[in-house]
Design a protein around this ligand. Structure first.
Ligand SMILES: [Fe+2]
Ligand SMILES: [Fe+2]
Length: 244
């Protein structure tokens, strides 16, 4: 995993977006631990830079899931059984994919766990990540709210980010509302599918799977699971209206 290249690509993709407040959102991201945070405690990309790699993987999966409307790729169709059920501007594809898990900033901390050394029979402390949610507001809804505090987003983008966990969101039992949201904005399901494709098919615990190691988002050598030496200071998103 080349974190420097991933940061450059992440910012280059967001650079294609023209939206009031993007500069403020980028400032927040650069000050936060977004570029160093893992994607999970122990499941997919549980390593430094994992969240960044996962966000780029979702973008790659989503673009391949959709069908370009024209050669410029400025708009995409979400096609089901040969018919488009949603039209999505490329800006929305970038925003939804790269920011769907921004709720995981200031969310993980470096920790240790005891693991038995099979050779010596002794228990040893190994580094791992634990959850320490500084802004306990849930998951998809939290991501949508953080983005919205800084930058204008379209309704379709808000719905997609809000419900991107689909029916896997164990914190929500409101499946009727989710079904209604998907009917209204099928892009939700495209983002959810791309998220699942990335975490299940593209990612290992410390890097991308070999098959995806040379994908544009790239993964060569994972960095060790450790938190930044000096963790960035947590800051609340600005009050609504102050972030635009
Ligand atoms: Fe998520
Ligand atoms: Fe995700």
């Amino acid at each position: 995993m080349n974190r420097t290249a991933n940061i450059a690509r992440f910012e280059a993709e967001l650079g294609k977006v023209s939206r009031p407040g993007l500069d403020k959102l980028l400032e927040f991201i650069r000050r936060s631990d977004f570029y160093k945070a893992p994607a999970s405690t122990k499941y997919h990309l549980s390593c430094e830079g994992g969240l960044l790699q996962h966000s780029l993987n979702v973008l790659d999966a989503l673009r391949c899931l959709l069908t370009a409307k024209d050669e410029e790729g400025s708009e995409w169709f979400y096609i089901v059984a040969g018919r488009p059920v949603a039209t999505v501007p490329d800006e929305s594809v970038i925003i939804a994919a790269l920011l769907h898990d921004i709720c995981k900033t200031h969310f993980y901390v470096a920790s240790t766990r005891n693991v038995k050394n099979e050779k010596t029979g002794k228990w040893e402390k190994v580094p791992c990540y634990a959850v320490d949610d500084k802004m306990p507001l849930g998951h998809g809804a939290k991501s949508a709210m953080i983005v919205k505090q800084y930058m204008e987003i379209t309704t379709q983008e808000m719905y997609a980010i809000w419900w991107h966990m689909g029916f896997t969101d164990t914190a929500s039992t409101d499946t009727l509302t989710l079904s209604q949201a998907i009917d209204k904005y099928p892009f939700i399901w495209a983002l959810h599918t791309a998220d699942m494709m990335a975490s299940h098919f593209m990612e290992d615990t410390i890097g991308n799977l070999a098959k995806f190691a040379d994908s544009p988002a790239g993964a060569a050598a994972a960095e060790p699971a450790s938190a930044p030496a000096s963790a960035p200071q947590f800051e609340d998103a600005p009050a609504i209206g102050a972030g635009a």
